[in-house]
Design a binder for this molecule. Sequence first.
Ligand code: SF4
Length: 690
Amino acid sequence: SAMRDSRIKRTKTVCTYCGVGCSFEVWTKGRKILKIEPQHEAPVNQISTCVKGKFGWDFINSEERLTKPLIRKGDKFVEATWDEALDLIHEKLGGIKDTYGPDSIGYIASSKCSNEENFIFQKFARAVMGTNNIDNCSRYCQSPATSGLMRTVGIGGDAGTVKDIANAGLVIVIGANPAESHPVLATRIKRAHKLRGQKLMVIDLRKHELGERADLFIRPKPGTDLVWLSAVTKYILDQGWHDEKFILARVNGFEQYVASLEKFTLDYAVEKTGMTREQLIQIATMIHEADGVCILWAMGVTQHSMGTDTSTAIANLLLVTGNFGRPNAGAYPLRGHNNVQGACDFGTMPAWMPGYESVEDEKVRAKYEKAWGVTLSPKPGLNNHQMIEGVTNGKLKALYLFGEEMSLVDSNSNHVESVFEKLDFFVVQDIFFSRTARYADVVLPAAPSLEKEGTFTNTERRIQRFYQALKPLGDSKPDWQIIQLVANRFGANWKYEHPSDIMAEAATLANIFAGVSYERLVDWNSLVWPVEADGTDTPLLYTERFAFPDGRARLYPLEEHEPMFKPNEEYDLHLNNGRLLEHFHEGNMTYRSQGITHKVPREWLEVSPELARERGIESGALVRLTSPYGHVKVRVQVTDTVRGKELYLTMNSRDAESAINRLTSSYHDKVTHTPNYKEMSVKMEILEKN
Ligand code: SF4
């Protein structure tokens, strides 16, 4: 009617924050965001959202948005036209490629950007620039989980969906804090626990919200998850509680695996982990008695020097107990970013083409070479950790990075920033002038999700479309358009008119996306990969086969290693870290959202009551933490969520000088090179007592 304001636009979007993948309508009037309205049709969240999805959108209209390309002139940046910026990139990157070869340039993709943007970025790196030196931030988080699952069941993704988690008999959460990191998923668990009597077990250093609610909550000693997982599995086998039928029919390597567990007796686990015998037996018993076990894990498992092996131990335990290939069971590594799953799926990884097909496989390359009319490098590229090393040893000369605050999120950030200074040429593409952008030679202004179309893939492997609510601000452009402009400067002659063209191409090339199309994803529709050509999707994996040629899963024997860092006389405290509900990572978006920043203005350090008493400090005290790699100044919160000499620093720092990664090291998981962010020892000096 005439009384209704027809200028209000309602647009379906997908949350730009975490991997749960909530979708909702955003109501806009001009550039003003009026509200976020969840809808029953939303496949993951229905009418739920969390504080970030609901209030975390002010950054869109921040005065700090980049609206023009910038070019470095000495110590300053000056505004430039798109032509000037693109010419410079062509000249410099082209020159470096000609002089030092294609492998002298590295490409860092974005888990905040769409599947289509990640797809054409890897195509640019591989087909246009001739290298597999491409990676994304899953190297900092979930690569160990992916590798652990690839070893055992063959697919690096969640076994089922949020519905399976909600319907499981027992949910085990290890090294993850869903109430803050994956809030809407946590509400599903809380509801099932309260209303349906679902059993909940939490194993974590920190007694977080789900830990408080759990039927069984245990704090092991830091870095000992592999030991208790192996001991519990051995105990289950010794009791004859394993699923013999399932193992016979569907799993290889049983004998060897059982032999490898010999050392992991309960006594050994008690000594190593600090858990009691009774606790270990209780874990095994709850698993044995449950109808359907889902194990959820995140950075508390993966960001260790044993991250891949511990993830493998989780998969082993689930295989032995027959908790794969049926509803309400399986492995659920919780994806961090809204599209970290998609960035990996669509091939921004150094050893994998889209859909996890190896770059070393001649047949795979031949398929792409034919489609793209190029010759592809058969050599796996550098991951982002190796790229930093590559700059140090002079092999890598340039980087092109988009939508990634690498200078704060990579570990040992003082070192990373010093490495950026050594680059001959650095392209940074972002929506803000990030900390990383300070080291750039060219900065390209990109558009966030509300200003473009595309698809994101959530932690369940679910692909969902988001639509354009607003025009790109100023001269900023969607990342896929920018990448296409850059590629065409190098003679690519791409003619993508819409992200759907890019998805159509990915669907013809990567088997797991065969039936994915924008038509099938219209509005609230979604598809969970693998998707067959006829559009049949796969919410539950492994019902008939595991993803290996013989269709059988593989039990994987493991060896235990000591953590890289243990407290010693000088660095006497263990430092853990993690997310806050309100903020997201380095806070480039959430600190620019008023409601959120008002509520939680900065990071803090959790100190146990015992330690606070010993050092004579109270909440509000100002302390300096020092590691061998750097130091930070932070305010203390005394709380029994942590115990003894274990500290916890929220990782979302507004002030780059208090960022957790000033303290972390360059040590990493051996298999994936994921930094061991969670293995850190520090000393604490008191600057103000309260
Ligand atoms: Fe967004 Fe995750 Fe919150 Fe959902 S739970 S609204 S996806 S941040």
